[in-house]
Design a protein around this ligand. Structure first.
Ligand code: TYD
Ligand code: MG
Length: 454
């Protein structure tokens, strides 16, 4: 009898190998290979849909703008690039418990209220549990169809019969195809299930939202394996200790990536945060050394955040440095620049840098705020409360221009800030700035020091 063959897959990127490898050649992840039985290819390709698929000349194809319809949740529409594109496949990933099911149930509510047909398929919760959650979220005006099912062949049948406009699959890790012998959640099953859903989406013209749990370790395949198979990948993230959640597009075939939507988790579901800057700056200490406000950009959206630094003498041979919410290496680099260019003895100082509110920001425009927060804490000079900063700091201590300066200034002005410290190169190009906003252009960190010591 023929031996059952197995192959090895990388849990992170889906790389396939005949033997087990310690490090994945595809994504360089260590210890990510799992063994899976080989699937007979004929079993998969046998059930083809009857779509005629002939090559067409490029000139014969009329370019049509993808028609899309807004779902009604503004923050979500923005992240999707302006609304839901028919027959697209959208993956919503995130840690367990972050609120993915809640978000998509709210999406369902908005869509059924627009008299569209929505099918919510859950492999994780019972009908009763979903009903209870729906009751917390408020009134559903239209009729939402619920199905508790994990077998994809049956799901395909249901979609064929019901012809919904939108389908939600609550979690890809619970779905399985019978032809494949490995357990639901394994790399093989997740890949096959996504392939099937892709076929359904394109074949029946339905938009499918797939929920996927991101797991760093463990047996369940991370949705990263399927990122390249779907049209749009959204990540829902947030701090476990904070109530706000950020929805981020990391891949979008129909719009720009790096757009964010901000939500707050309340007792009755997720509430859109229309003005995240205000939300982020809530409870900021005023007149304290080491706390500054940075004007940052997330996607196309300005976002003001508080950057805090605490610099103090170290008690150890090796100074401690931490960076929460920003890049650790960047903080080290900026401290080295301060040491070299301003002659400060930072080698014997502990430094803790924190982007308050649990946001994670890695854009270089945050440099100037980090540097100023460190200087402010080191020198014990508080910065004026109504001052906001942005700019990139180079290795020679020069302050370099960043993009979208005007939007940053406008956002700061909207929130009542009066002074903006920015790269001189940017200042020269800002034509229409808000009244009452004083712009201070700086060329290098010596000038920043001068501004701080006024
Ligand atoms: P859930 O959507 O089940 O997360 P996921 O599907 O990503 O695993 O929601 C998780 C948490 O949200 C849960 O711990 C309870 C909380 N929650 C609220 O705070 N308010 C609400 O109205 C709802 C529905 C959930
Ligand atoms: Mg869930």
């Amino acid at each position: 009898m023929a031996k059952n063959k197995t192959v090895f897959f990388c849990k992170e990127c889906g790389f396939e190998s005949a033997k087990w490898l310690g490090q994945c050649p595809g994504c360089r992840q260590w210890d990510s290979f799992v063994e899976e039985p080989v699937v007979k290819k004929s079993a998969i390709s046998a059930r083809r849909l009857n779509i005629t698929n002939e090559p067409k000349p490029l000139s014969g194809i009329k370019a049509e703008e993808e028609e899309r319809f807004p779902c009604g949740i503004e923050e979500l529409d923005r992240v999707l690039g302006g609304g839901i594109v028919p027959s697209s496949l959208v993956l919503v990933g995130g840690d367990p418990g972050i609120g993915k099911s809640t978000l998509l149930l709210q999406l369902c509510r908005e869509i059924v209220n627009k008299q569209k047909k929505v099918l919510y398929i859950s492999g994780e919760e019972s009908l009763n549990q979903i009903k209870m959650r729906a009751e917390r979220l408020g009134v559903f005006h239209g009729e939402l169809l619920l199905l508790c099912e994990t077998n994809l062949d049956l799901i395909e049948e249901t979609i064929r019969k019901q012809k919904p406009d939108i389908v939600v699959i609550d979690s890809i890790q619970t779905m399985f195809k019978e032809e494949i012998s490995s357990a639901p959640g394994s790399v093989g099953q997740v890949r096959e299930a996504t392939g099937t859903l892709m076929r359904i989406a394109k074949g029946f013209g339905v938009t499918i939202f797939i929920i996927g749990h991101v797991t760093k370790e463990g047996v369940v395949a991370g949705p990263r394996v399927l990122e390249h198979m779907v049209d749009t990948v959204l990540y829902f993230e947030g701090d476990n200790h904070a109530s706000y959640r950020v929805l981020r597009a990391v891949k979008n075939r129909f719009g720009s990536t790096n757009e964010i939507g901000v939500f707050e988790m309340r007792g009755n579901g997720l509430v859109e945060v229309k003005n995240p800057s205000e939300f982020m700056l809530k409870g900021r200490p005023e007149g304290e050394a080491g706390s500054v406000v940075a004007a940052s950009i997330e996607g196309t959206r300005p976002l003001l955040v508080e950057v805090q630094a605490l610099v103090c003498r170290t008690n150890f041979n090796m100074p401690r440095r931490t960076a929460a919410g920003t890049d650790y290496n960047r903080v080290n680099l900026l401290m080295a620049v301060l040491e070299k260019r301003l002659g400060f003895q930072m080698a014997d100082c502990d430094a803790y840098v924190n982007v308050a509110g649990g946001m994670r920001i890695t854009e270089p425009a945050l440099d100037l705020a980090i540097v100023t927060a460190i200087l402010s804490s080191y020198k014990n000079i508080p910065l004026d409360d109504k001052t906001v900063l942005f700019g990139e700091v180079g290795l020679t201590g020069e302050i370099r221009a960043v993009n979208m300066a005007e939007q940053r200034v406008m956002e700061a002005s909207k929130l009542g800030f009066e002074v903006c410290i920015l790269p001189q190169a940017n200042k020269e190009h800002i034509k229409s700035h808000a009244k009452g906003m004083k712009l201070i252009g700086v060329r290098n960190i010596q000038e920043v020091m001068g501004v701080l010591g006024r």
